[in-house]
Design a protein around this ligand. Structure first.
Ligand SMILES: [Zn+2]
Ligand SMILES: [Zn+2]
Length: 237
């Protein structure tokens, strides 16, 4: 698979940055899925020229930093109509936000295990203030896992087992983290990758208030191979 980072910030974008958005393609290029569509992601998706061929959008949850560009995406689809509505897999709550997605250009599905083209996609509930899923994609003999937004959780840890590439919610530094926090810390991302036996760890949901190099150092204390998910970066899984 090939992962392109269309956004790596949260809960708001850095200057010229973008929030959560990850374009995942199979090696053949026949299957393409967008995971999350936060602010700043749509302009980068347009640069990929794949509105017609995109197989699905998966939204880990309905916080704005993960879905707000779905609103102008509906306009983009009005002016670039597809043969079929775009399948969207997302939690059904909070209801007021889910209602914004009920548009003819979107074909809404619950976040349940599904095969999308060449990709086998599974979900597990993460630990976050609104219904949120971690996402696991198996394809081309490799396994990609995105934690979504989450604090430490035993089931999420099991779900990450053996990931070829683990993309993890690095929303906090360890100093700002607590048991009730909505995010992992950088250090906990490293520990998660180490415990799950992940081959590679990318840190994302980078809050612009932190120096990303400090987060990277913190994660590397537990997982020396940790990397920052670079905006526009391409990763072969
Ligand atoms: Zn978030
Ligand atoms: Zn969130």
């Amino acid at each position: 698979m090939i992962l392109k980072i269309l956004g790596n910030n949260g809960p708001f974008p850095a200057a010229n940055g973008a929030c959560s958005g990850y374009l995942l393609s199979s090696d053949s290029g026949k299957t393409r899925v967008l995971i999350d569509c936060g602010p700043g992601v749509l302009s980068r998706l347009m640069a990929e020229d794949c509105l017609e061929t995109l197989d699905a959008v998966i939204l880990t949850h309905l916080h704005y930093d993960h879905m707000s560009d779905m609103l102008p995406l509906q306009y983009a689809l009005q002016f670039n109509p597809r043969k079929k509505a775009l399948p969207v897999y997302a939690p059904e709550e909070p209801e007021a936000v889910a209602d914004l997605l009920r548009r003819p250009c979107f074909d809404l599905w619950p976040a349940e295990d599904v095969t999308i083209g060449e990709m086998r996609v599974s979900f597990t509930a993460a630990r976050h203030p609104v219904p949120t899923n971690a996402v696991r994609v198996e394809c081309d003999g490799a396994c990609f896992v995105f934690t979504g937004d989450t604090n430490e959780d035993a089931l999420v840890e099991l779900f990450c087992d053996g990931a070829s590439l683990l993309l993890a919610d690095c929303g906090l530094s360890e100093a700002d983290h607590s048991f009730t926090a909505p995010h992992l810390s950088a250090l906990l991302c490293g520990r998660l990758a180490e415990r799950a036996g992940a081959k590679r760890l990318l840190l994302t949901h980078l809050n612009p208030k932190y120096d990303p190099m400090l987060l990277l150092d913190e994660a590397r204390a537990a997982f020396p191979a940790a990397e920052l998910a670079e905006l526009g970066g391409v990763y072969y899984i």
